[in-house]
Structure formats: C-alpha cells, structure tokens
Ligand binder design. Structure first.
Ligand code: NAD
Ligand code: WQD
Length: 341
C-alpha cells in the first residue's frame, strides 16, 4: 500500500477521477464530501472501476464541521490530504460572495486546523488559473502577476496565501498548490464524468449537453477577440491528466517538504470554435451554435506554461482535445442526465 489519503470533494468532477488514479497507484482513499454539488453514486462507480481489493470510503460531512473532520482523521491513518472541496461558479460568487468566502476559505481553515490537530503534514490544494486574472502575456508562468477578477478567484488566492504562510511557519509541511487551467473530458470508461447541476457555466459540459439533446444550441461568447478565429482561446486539459498530476504531486511531497506552486495545463490553446468542431467529430454530427455578445469578465486567451510541472513533477499532459471530447461524449451519451439518469 502506498498510503492513506483523505480527499475532500472526492465525489466531484476532478475529485472522483483523482480518487480512481490514487486507487490505481495503490493508495487507500477516504472521501469527505457534503454532496452539495455531487452524488454518492460517483464514489460507488469509482470503486467499481478500481482494481480488486482497492479501498475507498465516503464520509458525507461538511468541511465547516471541524469536529467531523477531526473524527475522520482520528479514525484513519491519513498521511496526506488532497483538498478539492469548494464552490466554483464564478457568476454565483459575484452575487453570493459571503457564501464563497465562508465555504471556500472557512472550510479550508477548518480543514487545516483539523490536519494540524491530527499531525497530517502533506496537502495538495486545488487552485486555479483564475488567480492570474487577465494575464498580461501567454503562455502564463507561475511567476506571472496575480490578480483574480471575481470573488471565487479571490477565495482561491486567499487559500494559497494561507498555505504559503503555514508552509513558512512549519518547515515540516509539504504543500502543492496546483493551478488547473480548463479541465475537460472524462474517464475513458464513460462511467464517471462531469455532472453539473443546472445550466453549465463552462464550455465543454454545455457543448456536450447540446450534443445529447438537452439544450438546443451553443452560445459562443464573442467572435471579435484578437485570436485567429475571433473566439476565446483556452488551455483545455484532460481530467485524467489532471488526476495523474495529483498523484505525481503527492509522490513529490513524499520525497520532502516545501511549498510548490505549479500550473497544470497543456501549453496549447484551442478556440471555442475548435472545441465545437472537436465535439462535433466526437458525437458524429455538426453541433448548432450562434455567436452572441462577449461574456463580461472574459479574456481573449489563457494558456499555461506547463514547464515547471514537467521539471518538478516529471508530469506532462498527454491527452489531446479530440480525446477529451471523445471521452466526455462517451460519458454524456451513456449518462444523458448524469448520475441522476
Ligand atoms: P465539483 O463541484 O465537481 O467538486 C467539488 C466537490 O466539493 C463537490 O463534490 C461538492 O459537493 C464538494 N463540496 C463543496 N463544498 C463543500 C464543503 N463545504 N464540504 C464538503 N464538501 C464540499 O468541482 P470540480 O470541478 O471537481 O472542482 C474541484 C476543485 O477544483 C474546486 O476547488 C475548484 O474550485 C477547483 N478548480 C476547478 C476547475 C474547473 O473548471 N472544474 C478549474 C480550476 C480549479
Ligand atoms: C471557456 C471559453 C468562454 C461557455 C472558468 C473559470 C476558471 C476555471 C475554469 C475554476 C471562454 C467560452 C463558454 C459558453 C462560450 N474554473 N464560452 N460559451 O471562463 O476560461 O474559466 O472555468 O477555477 O476560474 O473562470 O472557462 O469554460 O467558462 O469558458 O463561448 O456557453 O468558452 O467565453 O472563451 P473559463 P469556460
């Protein structure tokens, strides 16, 4: 056995795929999730995909319940935590900032206190490219200026800063702050995937809901950006590449303490129209779209410089946009209504 990992938010999109990668790498996994944006079914399906004998347990609890966290940590020999749990809808964070600060920062503080109480010294945190705000130049290195432009992004930066302070105060602590670019795709089995509640905020789940007939057409938010086809360019990264990046970060922390800040992206950007074309190939028909006005707060191009993650973790994203769309489509076609279908 490689060790025991507590995964907060492990029933969610990126968390569920990472749990599977952890089980495949020989870790035992305890998930803590309040299921506010996910389903217990995701964890059951992860268990079904995992190698025989793999151990995964779901504890339904809220991160803000510090006593519940302390009980979980007292009951299992946890060596490391991967912290995905949080709210992530940019628009909602603008209308409900208190909810975001309370849940994302308050929940993280409760977790870090419970970890300190239980003597757990390793943590991988889900940060986001959103901490860069509107990048001055692409590709974006980790040293680029930080300046999130919405409350969600500011909660991510606040948790990064708390962790940098904790790391400076305790030389025994190992922390990895992973800044994901645009996660997309699903496990190739089609058994687990992204299951957004309500109208998807992000491009790829929206496109796939059009492909499966849940929505009539895609709205393309602007075609007058200074990009080759005028639509926004992003660095889409396969969720299984991200999952493997977490295992690599954990292994790196096992080799020694410190605080790492790393971009997880591919270094290659695709436009909205290129994503629609790739999704159309995946589902076998041209997907309908209309160009509408720009979405407030959007920028023309965000692409990672993934060089540091390659150097420090030996990790590189390997999967293509076409694989992301093919895998996402396999999940969507088999589960048109997600886990509730
Ligand atoms: P998700 O909503 O699918 O997963 C988050 C999980 O956390 C959900 O299962 C939810 O029920 C749980 N959760 C939320 N608040 C909780 C609380 N107080 N206590 C216990 N559980 C709680 O989201 P995801 O896409 O898998 O994102 C995972 C993490 O990665 C988040 O922190 C998110 O901010 C970050 N991130 C996501 C993206 C993206 O585009 N998906 C990009 C960059 C960073
Ligand atoms: C991608 C591109 C849109 C929807 C967000 C968060 C970021 C991170 C990832 C969490 C853009 C265009 C989108 C649609 C469209 N999440 N688009 N029609 O905005 O790059 O990043 O998710 O940390 O913090 O801000 O991702 O998927 O929303 O948009 O044309 O219906 O698709 O304008 O160019 P974004 P996205």
């Amino acid at each position: 056995m490689a060790g025991h990992v507590l995964v907060t938010g492990g029933a969610g999109y990126i968390g569920s795929h990472t749990c599977l990668a952890l089980l495949e790498a020989g870790y035992r996994v305890t998930v803590v999730d309040n299921l506010s944006n996910s389903s217990a079914e995701a964890v059951e399906r992860v268990a079904g995909l995992a190698p025989p004998g793999a151990a995964i347990e779901l504890v339904v609890a809220d991160l803000l319940d510090e006593e519940a966290l302390a009980r979980v940590l007292a009951g299992a020999p946890v060596e490391a935590v991967i912290h995905f749990a949080g709210l992530k809808a940019v628009g909602e964070s603008v209308t409900e900032p208190l909810l975001y600060w309370h849940n994302n920062v308050g929940g993280s503080l409760a977790l870090f206190r419970a970890m300190a109480g239980a003597g757990v010294h390793r943590l991988v945190f889900s940060s986001s490219a959103t901490v860069y705000g509107s990048p001055e130049a692409v590709p974006v290195p980790e040293t680029a200026p930080l300046g999130p432009t919405n409350p969600y992004g500011r909660t991510k930066l606040a948790v990064e800063e708390i962790l940098r302070d904790l790391s400076a105060s305790d030389p025994g602590l190992g922390v990895a702050l992973l800044r994901y670019f645009n996660p997309a795709g699903a496990h190739p089995s089609g058994r687990i995937g992204e299951d957004p509640q309500g109208t998807p905020n992000n491009l790829t789940p929206f496109v796939m809901q059009v492909a499966v007939g849940r929505r009539p057409e895609i709205s393309v938010y602007g075609d007058d950006y200074p990009t080759p086809d005028g639509t926004g360019v992003r660095d889409y990264v396969h969720v299984m590449d991200l999952a493997e990046g977490h295992v690599a970060a954990l292994r790196r922390l096992e080799a020694g303490p410190g605080c790492l800040t790393l971009n997880l992206g591919t270094g290659r950007g695709y436009s909205v129209l290129e994503v629609i074309a790739s999704a159309s190939r995946a589902c076998g028909r041209p997907l309908p779209y209309s160009v509408v006005g720009r979405r407030p707060g959007d920028v023309a191009e965000v692409v990672a410089d993934p060089g540091l993650a390659a150097e420090v973790l030996g990790w590189r994203a390997r999967r293509s946009l076409d694989e992301m769309c093919a895998d996402h489509w396999r999940w969507q076609e088999a589960n048109p209504e997600g886990y509730r279908g």
